[in-house]
Design a protein around this ligand. Structure first.
Ligand code: SAH
Ligand code: SF4
Ligand code: F3S
Length: 443
């Protein structure tokens, strides 16, 4: 018996990219600050710079062109980008970086012109004109070539597929609809063609993307229909991010039934208090959310559930906060992103009375976080000892640990030399609040 996890299937891997930059080639560095949609936009921009003959580098010092693909959802996202822009200006003065492009959601916001002036940014791109980067790097402008439908780097083991862009909700606190626009759903046939193409070129994992992915509808078809069709074609499928008002029971059941769908649901709740949910314009009450979770737990007993929570939205009382902690305990999330409310200019919540003092926000933040972690830790403990088929997402690091995912959607650190896209079988040896550990226990 060996300690090594057993490799299940070996897909042919694309050749390793050349480690060194070809002499004389122009170089570009892309930094991604935002959500999965933002990551996917970076993929497309990467394709443009590679098509234009640039070599990709990973540090600013080596780059002729730097592209910051930014997020505008909370103020700290903007602060980070300002820090990077300051550093880039220094490098530019030293003659290292030559051009800087600001892309993504800050690019689409009102703040972009101020930033452009202040930091001498050469190119500002919003979220709807990313293809203009093509022209900037010397390719003919090809709006139809670099559309949101196109995958970034075909042949990768795991790919995002955008099925809808924008968002039709108007949550009190949220700037996303302003910078991403109204919802546009892609036709089913176009999604299926892309999935087929990806699978043919070796992609083993397809993630359907959208700000409210489950709101997808087209030609009388709904998200559940599309998910079913995609799950018939791809060996492994996930989707994010969902809105509770759009999540249908039949979708939840499909997750349980269809073996190619990863048993993991990300369903942002934001608050456990009906009063806050109303103020936020979320369109559901806590009870309805809880019912969805019951259906999920019943249909997918081994599944994982994650959520987003905002603490300190204007008007949040101690009682509202307690409702949130209660909901966390009752739903037993396997993980949650907890955010402190950040006022965004132009949103309704930025104008509301009832600002919660910073100290109170901090305490509530820690209380929600603690409730999440205690639950997550207890749930993860139950996985210890189980034998799992693990999909490798990131290859092994220096300490020989790769990062993988079980079919139940748990993140696992596993000792293996398997490559991204491969499967290994290993027993879960121990568990923390955020991750499981495998591969040190004999099978
Ligand atoms: N479309 C997704 C969320 C996209 S933004 C959805 O509706 O679920 C990701 C998360 O950021 C949100 O779920 C919310 O929890 C958080 N968020 C958005 N705006 C915020 C703000 N102004 N302050 C703090 N958190 C915010
Ligand atoms: Fe923002 Fe609400 Fe739309 Fe999500 S559903 S992107 S939180 S407005
Ligand atoms: Fe941020 Fe834009 Fe995504 S604001 S969360 S990168 S859609």
């Amino acid at each position: 018996m060996s300690n090594a996890p057993i490799k299940l299937s070996r897909k042919p891997q694309p050749a390793e990219p050349a480690a060194r930059t070809p002499k004389g080639a122009r170089t570009a560095c892309i930094r991604t600050f935002g959500c999965q949609m933002n990551v996917h936009d970076s993929d497309r921009m990467r394709r443009m710079i590679l098509d234009a003959g640039y070599a990709e580098v990973h540090s600013y010092e080596e780059a002729d062109l730097v592209i910051l693909n930014t997020c505008y959802v909370r103020e700290n996202a903007v602060d980070r980008v300002r820090g990077h822009l300051g550093e880039l200006n220094r490098l530019r003065r030293e003659g290292r970086v030559k051009k800087v492009a600001l892309a993504g959601c800050i690019g689409a916001s009102d703040e972009s012109s101020e930033l452009q002036r202040r930091y001498n940014i050469d190119l500002v791109l919003g979220t709807h004109n990313t293809y203009e980067l093509a022209e900037f790097v010397g390719l003919p402008t090809m709006e139809e070539t670099y559309t949101p439908e196109l995958p970034g780097t075909e042949g990768e083991h795991s790919e995002f597929v955008t099925i809808m862009t924008g968002c039709n909700y108007q949550c009190s606190y949220c700037i996303v609809p302003t910078v991403r626009g109204r919802m546009v759903c892609r036709p089913m046939e176009s999604v299926l063609e892309e999935v087929e193409r990806l699978v043919e070129s070796g992609t083993g994992y397809v993630t359907l993307l959208g700000q409210t992915v489950d709101a997808w509808r087209h030609d009388g078809k709904r998200f559940c229909d599309l998910l079913q069709r995609v799950a018939d074609k791809a060996p492994r499928v996930w989707f994010t991010t969902s809105h509770p008002s759009n999540m249908e029971d039949r979708t939840l059941r499909l997750i349980g039934e269809k073996e190619t769908i990863v048993k993991r649901l990300h369903l942002p709740v934001q608050s456990g208090s009906d009063r806050m949910l109303k103020l936020m314009h979320r369109g559901y009450k806590s009870e309805r959310y809880r019912r969805k979770i019951e259906v999920f737990r019943e249909a997918v007993p081994d599944g994982t559930l994650s959520t987003d929570i905002i603490v300190g939205h204007p008007g949040e009382t101690e009682e509202d906060h307690e409702r949130t902690v209660e909901l966390v305990e009752d739903c037993g999330f396997d993980s949650a992103y907890v955010f402190k409310f950040s006022p965004r200019k132009g949103t309704e919540a930025a104008e509301l009375d009832g600002t919660v003092p910073e100290g109170v926000v901090q305490r509530r933040f820690l209380e929600v976080l603690r409730a999440v972690e205690q639950n997550a830790f207890a749930r993860n403990q139950r996985k210890v000892g189980s034998l799992e088929e693990i999909y490798i997402r990131h290859g092994s690091t220096e300490d020989g640990k790769a990062i993988g995912e079980t079919w139940s959607g748990h993140a696992v650190h596993v000792k293996t030399d398997a490559k991204p896209g491969e499967y290994v079988r290993a027993r879960i040896g121990s568990a923390g609040p955020h991750v499981l550990y495998a591969g040190e226990t004999a099978l």
